[in-house]
Ligand binder design. Sequence first.
Ligand SMILES: *[C@@H]1O[C@H](CO)[C@@H](O)[C@H](O)[C@H]1NC(C)=O
Length: 427
Amino acid sequence: MQSTNLFFSVLNIATFILDPSTQALIYLSLVMTYTTLTQGFAAVIFLIALYCGLDPFKHSPLHGFPDFEAHKINMPSWSEVPMDHDKHNLLQKSELMFVNQVQGPESVAFDPHGLGPYTGVADGRILFWNGLSWTDFAYTSFNRSELCNPKASASPLSYVETEHICGRPLGLRFDKKTGDLYIADAYFGLMKVGPQGGLATSLTTEAEGVPLRFTNDVDIDAEGNIYFTDSSTTYQRRNFNQLIFSGENSGRVLKYSPATKKTTVLARNLGFPNGISLSKDDSFFVFSEGLIGRLCKYWLKGDKAGTSEILAILPGFPDNVRVNEDGDYWVAIHCRRYMYSYINALFPKMRKAILKLPIPTLFHYLLQIGGRFHAVVVKYSPEGKILQILEDSEGKVVKAVSEVEEKDGKLWMGSVLMPFIAVYHLT
Ligand SMILES: *[C@@H]1O[C@H](CO)[C@@H](O)[C@H](O)[C@H]1NC(C)=O
């Protein structure tokens, strides 16, 4: 027993500090010494440990990320994570629309005439539903080729390989006055396209000399100022798993002024900032912080202008935020916060050790989301009070919601991972 414990301590230290070839040599010499000292059982355990240490088939999510660092996330106390549930699983009453016609429709927007929805899909196009069929409305990549063409029955994630070439439009918002559509494209930054659609034009791709690396969501005030999020300056969207696993906080909230064409940083050092939504009177905006799982309010007017405060601790990992007619906020929760991801957030060394094991990324991802896709959407008051919570805790109908857009008594729910838009009737 003693020697086994010692062995595992050595193994742990070795996986932390040594490069793979040195590790291999040490393991091999240990194997030889060890097997001469003990019986076959220990040797089998040892070979398993060797396999875990070397990851010969490159299954670990850290493979290809030599600079990966795991950071501690300053989580609120567990008792602050809200446990409110929708006992009736009301989202299971939703209708799934456009199944397999839209791949990964993250954001859902209606134009100033109420037409749509418009949505950005995995192959980089922005589509428009004209009431009868989907038509191509706009695109973000100037370099679109056959490479980007939609593939029959391909899943949203299968486009990840080419999305840095084809574009990945995430947040969409119409300027109600001009009818222009503003686009947060994960790779091409902040963009805009006129009411006729076509190739979008770039507004900004950097701030303070630091390139936007993962532009995520956008909103516009009545004066035409644009507020948007850049989820990370380290990881791109196609490596969103590594961003989540690392817990790094290089995300920013930014403002683009069309008058000066300047981009300024309003909030920085954020862990995966995601959705953003102005208040009805433009006196503040609300944005979600993914890794901590909270909602913040940033004041634009009044005594507190230029400062931010925590509005609510969320029940899980948030995506987009959308204001409704009443001035309340629908927050799409990608997945609930479970004890596993909570503890992982607090102990980065343990997290990194687990991530080094030869376990595929999908498995780590499933551990994070509690084993299966599910759906949670929450309505908050401007003061951060939970007004309504709707869910499909088993993911029977709705899964992994990215955005909730309320229109005429219906909730339109997009998902960056699913091939449909879900519609829930509020009354
Ligand atoms: C344009 O797309 C091709 C693939 O179709 C890619 O190899 C090339 O790097 C792209 N060029 C630019 C400037 O993005």
